[in-house]
Design a protein around this ligand. Sequence first.
Ligand SMILES: [Zn+2]
Length: 220
Amino acid sequence: MYSHQQRQHEKQDRKSSKVSISVARKHGGSMWIYRRKMESFGLRYSPKDRSYRGKISERKLLKKIMRYCWWHGLKFGLEDEFSKRSSDYRQAFFRTHKPAFGNTYFCAYCGRPVSRKKITVDHLYPVAKVHASPGLQKKLKAMGAESVNDPINLVPACKKCNSKKGTRTGTWIITGRIGSHQKLWFLRWSLRFILIVAILVIAFHSYEKVTGEQDFISAH
Ligand SMILES: [Zn+2]
C-alpha cells in the first residue's frame, strides 16, 4: 500500500536533498580562474566571502562538483538548510499556535503565564544540536518537521526558562513537549485555583465551627 503519509515523507526527502553548497579557495584568494567551470555547475559568485554558491538537488552533479574541488584543491562546503535558523520562526510560531486565552501564553517549561509581547519562542530541539547531529535531524523529520524551524519544534517560553535551557536537551525536551499543550496548563491553573478556594472555604467553616463551639462552652 502506498499511503498518503509515505508520499508526504518522500516529498520531504526530496525537498531536503536539495543541498546548499559553497566552493572557495582554501586560503581565500580569487576564484576568477574557476569562473567558467563554476557557472557551468550552476553556481553563482558571492563577493561577500569570495565563493561560488548554489543549491544542488542532483546527486550526480554534486559528486561531480566534489570531485572537481578535490582535484583542484578547492574548499568545498555543504550548508545544511534543514538545521539553519530562519529569520521568521517567531512569526511562524504565532501563525500556528494560538494563545491559551486572550493574549497570554503559558511557558512550556514552568507554566508561567506571559503576554504575547514578552513571550520568547524556543526551539525545543536546539538549532546548534540539530545542526551537529544527523540523528536528531532524522528524528525531527520522522516527527514531520520540514526544518528545525517547523512549528512542531517551537514552544513558548518565558525569558528565564529560555536562557536556563540554552542548548540543553534530555528532560527539557519531555517537559517542553508536554508543557507546549497550553490547555494542560490552563487546566492545572484552574484546578489549583479551585483547590485553594476549597481549602479556604473548608478552613473558614471549621474555624466558624470551633469558635461557635467555644462560644457555646463559654456561654455554659
Ligand atoms: Zn518559564
